[in-house]
Design a protein around this ligand. Structure first.
Ligand code: ADP
Ligand code: ZN
Length: 738
């Protein structure tokens, strides 16, 4: 028997092995242990090519067959194959995305364990030799703790699983599995939500629900766009739909864009489904994630709730897939395989004869166009439940504030007044700024030098205040202490410019000294449990003002919030990205949607230096339709998606010249195929983020009407330059070209 195997190793294609007669016969989806160079790895059988005329002796035998039944269900294997092909990614990367964390290493371990990395003798030697700065950092960290550090702990200190894997491969680090008592769900804290499964749907909810039920009952593939304003009760509809699906003997997959949204959604579903709910997201420990995966695989659950990667959950008999906040950019994975969770969900739904519900108050341009053209069913919820009004949105022109009060204004007077009024009335407020840290740049008043990341073409962001403050790169995590004097000219006049969430938090405390203020951003939730902790304290009313990044903008339902402030609505607008307006419109509409969801009406105050921009004006008017018309005209004129498809190629190199030359060479190769494939090729050009983690980056943009032809042209061009394979990033349907 000859089989094709995908092993979780980046860049590797499908491998061919033979199964000796003495071993049990695997099936598609079984795990097999195979030799790979001088290593032994566990892979997944992707297909059985026993009929192929390959001489058995010519291929290496598998060492062990771990399952005679599929470990990964066959339809998920097929979905992974589709994903690898569509996104031009290797099966190695794709199978990694599909497997539960602990199935990737060696044999399955029935115990609850955590992986621990420890430095080896070779690793200690490497400390004094030539290793990449990031690896060196990780090794130094490990050298300080010879007994080892757990992988979640390493991740929280900025050393990712891939970095550890790389060190392990070089023999610098050894990995072992230690037994732990697994943490239960982070659920207890979120349980304060009141759910009344028997409350009546509003007439609008009811007719939307009835239409969705008809699709579920028909057991045919259909995509429905549930376009419902914020607070229109979409979650309630998902919940009942899942119950309907269960009553028909099938199961529901529910995707949410943020880990932050899973606890509340999960507790809601648990009220209705009891134990028959599983969660899948990267915030769980490997062990938890693995347990949940096994429960799903065994068929112990009716509902799976998770972020992007849950689209590959081993759930059988799927009747409905819900993609909540379908417009959200976090559904797109920004590393290989660069898949879009929503789009893979649609493919999965199609193959399962399931209903796919795309829910949003601000649908993506793609989905709305598909709804307009009739490809998707469009279901509208125009009103908030109980006829609560949408928040009134006020736009504050920050240029006037700066003119009156100087350039350092963070919180405008209208926002400060509104905040104080809320606190007097014991109501809550959310303040959003889509930028972490305290200050966004440090510069010297004497020589005008700035503090930039040595590896990336961005400036370092200051975190903290006073003597303990540190400057950190948000791309590669490089950090340093902020010096007292300029490192370039020794001048003593270092100034901070720009600001992030930390500064806003400090400012809010200054304006309202008696307020209880908390912050929610990636820095604030590094500690496990911090996220649910902050959210549930806010929900319970122990926090008056929550300052945060877009994490607080999405989906949450806090009935006591009556004020939402947006510090700089234009953070994204200056960027040279074709989706900048769409993203700004979505963010403002979503964040305004967080206010006034309870009995008191809500208000949103949006600070901006571009008060006339259409994405800000139309978000103020909450006029999605007008925004869509305006934006689609722009996309058509500029030939951007959804008018055309795009593939973005990023070429990485140690020198700028090298990156430009290689990109130029690719352009030549693509051009010879451009005519027949109907492509437009733009570039080569320096990528907007021209340097990242020490490498130079250039880019080539390909536009066309036929994705398959575009992809073929790219793959053929790359095949003629195999040396470029590992240095070129292929991004099919990029959501950002920055
Ligand atoms: P969306 O997801 O559309 O923004 P939610 O599903 O979060 O809206 O619902 C908004 C609020 O309305 C929630 O507090 C929810 O519990 C409540 N709600 C939903 N449906 C009903 C209903 N039929 N009757 C009363 N309250 C409802
Ligand atoms: Zn950097």
């Amino acid at each position: 028997m000859i089989i094709h195997v995908a092993v979780p190793v980046p860049y590797l294609g499908l491998l061919t092995y033979r199964v000796p007669e003495t071993l049990p016969r695997p099936v598609v989806g079984s795990r097999v242990v195979v030799p790979l160079g001088n290593r032994i790895v566990t892979g997944i059988v992707m297909d059985d090519v026993s009929s192929a005329s390959i001489a058995d002796e010519a291929v290496k035998p598998v060492k062990e067959v771990l399952d005679v039944d599929a470990f990964v269900p066959e339809d998920v294997v097929a979905l992974a194959q589709w994903t690898a092909e569509y996104y031009a990614a290797g099966p190695g990367d794709t199978i990694t995305a599909v497997l539960p964390p602990m199935a990737r290493g060696g044999r399955q371990d029935a115990h609850k364990t955590v992986r621990v990395a420890a430095i080896t003798a070779a690793g200690l030697e490497a400390l004094t030799s030539q290793v990449a700065p990031r690896q060196l950092e990780a090794l130094q960290l490990l050298a300080g703790t010879p007994t080892g550090i757990t992988t979640p702990e390493l991740t929280s200190r900025g050393v990712g699983a891939d970095a550890i894997a790389r060190l392990a491969r070089r023999g610098f680090v050894s990995l072992r599995a230690d037994r732990v008592d697994r943490d239960p769900f982070e659920l207890a804290a979120a349980r304060a939500v009141e759910v009344d499964p028997l409350r009546r749907l509003t007439p609008e909810q009811h007719s939307a629900f009835a239409r969705l039920c008809a699709f579920v009952d028909a057991r045919r593939f259909q995509v429905a766009l549930l376009h419902g304003v914020t607070g229109s009760g979409k979650t309630e509809i998902y919940l009942r739909l899942a119950m309907r699906v269960r009553d028909g003997g099938r199961r529901t997959l529910m995707l949410v864009p943020e880990i932050a949204l899973t606890p509340v959604v999960t507790s809601l579903f648990r009220e209705a489904f009891g134990e028959r709910v599983a969660i899948q997201h990267s915030g769980l420990s490997d062990g938890e994630r693995h347990d949940q995966w096994q429960r799903i695989r065994r068929g112990d659950v009716d509902v799976v709730i998770g972020t992007r990667s849950a689209v590959f959950a081993p759930l059988g008999d799927i009747g409905a897939i819900v993609v909540d906040e379908e417009h959200d950019g976090s559904y797109k994975q920004e590393e290989s395989p660069r898949y879009h969770g929503r789009d893979v969900a649609i493919v999965r739904g199609q193959r399962a004869d399931a209903l796919v519900v795309l829910g949003s108050a601000t649908p993506s341009m793609e989905s709305y166009q598909n709804a307009m053209s009739g490809r998707y069913e469009r279901i509208v919820l125009e009103r908030r439940v109980l006829d609560r009004p949408l928040a009134a949105v006020t736009v504050v022109d920050m240029r006037e504030e700066y003119a009156d009060r100087g350039p350092d204004v963070v919180v405008s007077r209208p926002l400060a007044d509104a905040l104080s009024a809320r606190l007097d009335r014991k109501e809550q407020a959310l303040i959003l700024l889509n930028r972490r840290g305290f200050a966004t740049a440090v510069f010297c008043r004497q020589c005008a030098g700035t503090m930039d990341c040595p590896n990336c073409s961005v400036s370092l962001v200051v975190h903290g205040e006073g003597p303990s403050r540190r400057a950190r790169c948000h791309y590669c995590n490089y950090t340093m202490r902020v010096p007292a004097a300029c490192p370039k000219c020794a001048g003593p006049y270092l100034e901070q410019a720009g600001f992030g969430t930390e500064r806003v938090e400090a400012e809010v405390r200054r304006i309202c000294p008696s307020a209880r203020v908390a912050r929610l951003d990636r820095d604030a939730i590094r500690r496990k449990g911090a996220l649910t902790d902050i959210l549930s304290r806010f929900r319970a009313g122990h926090v008056d003002v929550l300052v945060g990044t877009q994490m607080i903008a999405k989906g949450h339902d806090f009935p006591r919030v009556t004020l939402v402030g947006v510090i700089s609505a234009d953070v994204g607008l200056g960027l040279a990205d074709f989706r900048a307006s769409e993203r700004t419109f979505q963010l403002l509409t979503q964040v305004a949607g967080r206010a006034g969801r309870g009995e008191e009406p809500g208000e949103a105050i949006v600070q901006t230096i571009y008060p006339g921009h259409y994405s800000i004006q139309l978000a103020r008017d909450q006029n999605y339709r007008a925004f869509f018309e305006k934006e689609i005209a722009f996309r058509q004129a500029m030939r951007y998606p959804p008018q055309l498809s795009m593939i973005n190629l990023i070429v990485r190199s140690r020198t700028f010249g090298g990156a430009m030359d290689d990109a130029g060479d690719l352009v030549q190769r693509l051009r010879s195929r451009a005519e027949t494939a109907g492509l437009r090729i733009l570039g080569p050009a320096p990528a907007p983020l021209g340097r990242l983690r020490g490498e130079y980056r250039t880019q080539v943009l390909i536009k066309g009407a036929n994705r398959r032809k575009m992809r073929e042209a790219v793959l053929e061009s790359l095949a003629s330059r195999p040396d470029l394979e590992r240095r070129v990033v292929v991004d099919v349907d990029p959501i950002s070209v920055l």
